[in-house]
Design a protein around this ligand. Structure first.
Ligand code: TYD
Length: 198
């Protein structure tokens, strides 16, 4: 089973990814928990460049996320699924569609196609979209902000609207959950969905 988590920065999606991976392990399953951008040596290098590097052209950013994803899908995700492991990934292709395709305005379809080309069509079985009002998400923001997080409220609003549109377009794969509730309440709702897949 390949499950991904999506949401705006500070939505709480990473907490949910960790909780689901722990629960699956507790149920006796072998889980590869990973994240994007990252998950391989090359992809972690790309992460550093794209999050902490200098200003770059929007398509350079999209291509770097795609390069990281290509390596991660080929070297980590596909082999894990091939062994019969579960993969829980914090962010995947929908992040590129929402951030680069929609919020940056590069085009939803073109960015999605790029990701599908470089991953040879690898899509998650389920994607949990943790919804949180971008204003509330920004209130939760702590620490130093990376290059994307520094974009601010208007950009985050576009990302949020983009995600909601993606969930509406693909209701069978993308499950939207209300991220304004307690983490454990959200985790239980996610487990309900996952139980049906096991
Ligand atoms: P994330 O790992 O959620 O950040 P953090 O380590 O701060 O929790 O994601 C890093 C940033 O990269 C986030 O702002 C979203 C952005 N991103 C994209 O713009 N496109 C992508 O394809 C991916 C995977 C992430």
């Amino acid at each position: 089973m390949f499950v991904t988590f999506e949401g705006v920065d500070w939505s709480g999606k990473s907490t949910q990814a960790v909780l689901l991976a722990e629960w699956l392990r507790g149920a006796g399953r072998t889980v590869v928990a990973t994240r994007e951008p990252g998950g391989t040596t090359v992809a972690e290098g790309v992460r550093d460049l794209v999050l902490h590097g200098a200003h770059m052209a929007p398509w350079a950013e999209a291509a770097l996320y795609a390069a990281a994803r290509a390596d991660h899908a080929a070297q980590v995700i596909r082999p894990a699924l091939g062994r019969g492991d579960d993969v829980v990934c914090d962010r995947y292709l929908d992040s590129s569609v929402a951030y680069q395709g929609i919020a940056r305005g590069l085009g939803e379809q073109r960015v999605r196609d790029l990701s599908l080309i470089v991953t040879e069509g690898l899509l998650p079985d389920r994607t949990f979209l943790v919804l949180l009002d971008p204003e509330e998400a920004l209130r939760r923001a702590t620490g130093d902000h990376d290059r994307i997080e520094r974009e601010g409220a208007e950009f985050m609003g576009k990302v949020d609207a983009g995600y909601r549109a993606l969930a509406a377009a693909e209701p069978n794969r993308i499950v939207a959950v209300d991220g304004a509730r307690a983490a454990e309440t959200i985790a239980e709702e996610i487990r309900e969905h996952v139980r049906a897949l096991l």
